[in-house]
Write a new protein. Sequence first.
Length: 230
Amino acid sequence: MRYVREKKVMNHLQDYLICSIDIEKSSTAKDLEQIYGIEWGFDSQTPIDSFFHLRACIKKPIKINPGAILPIPTGIYPQLKNPNFELEVRSYSTAIYEQGLALAEGITYFPYTFRNEIWLLIENKFEQGQIIQPAQKIALLSVKLQPRMVINYVDQIEQIDIKIGASKSYIQKIKKDLNPDVYDKKLEKRNNQAEYTREDVKKYLDGDKNLRDAKYRSADGVSIHKGSKK
């Protein structure tokens, strides 16, 4: 039954785009293969996994102090055969959970033009020092399809009526703080409103019809009340 399920999944994968990669192993990686009796390559748990493990290509254990970031080689020299793809490397959840070891960038990319050994910036997020062992799994590698970009420079981009509060709303807040006269519409509205004294408010609450009906529209089109000032 398991064979039938795996064959069915593999049949689905036949229609997927294929990303061919040539891999060169470093001399250190080849030495580690002999020492530890492992195959130094893209290690995955199942044939249908969309990711592969990357290992620490080091001959001696390395200690990473709390909060420190160290560059770690992987022993892998990749060559993408198709410029529509790029390599994506992300943190390995087991290394994060057990040792607090994660990629300092979160996610890092290697494009088609990359022709060198993959080195990863590993950060220790725990409060205790951590040891990376030779050939230890430290990250996950996968490929990402990148469409060709066509860029047009215009004087102004089109506005959109759809408003999503969580869509990078902090950007507009920063712009308002830096330049409120330009980006804070509420400030502009407040500046165009008339001020009222305590006597004006009392008259309004007592039903002063003249004060209630005294409205005019300012030059910029903002509707405001007109009252006396002292």
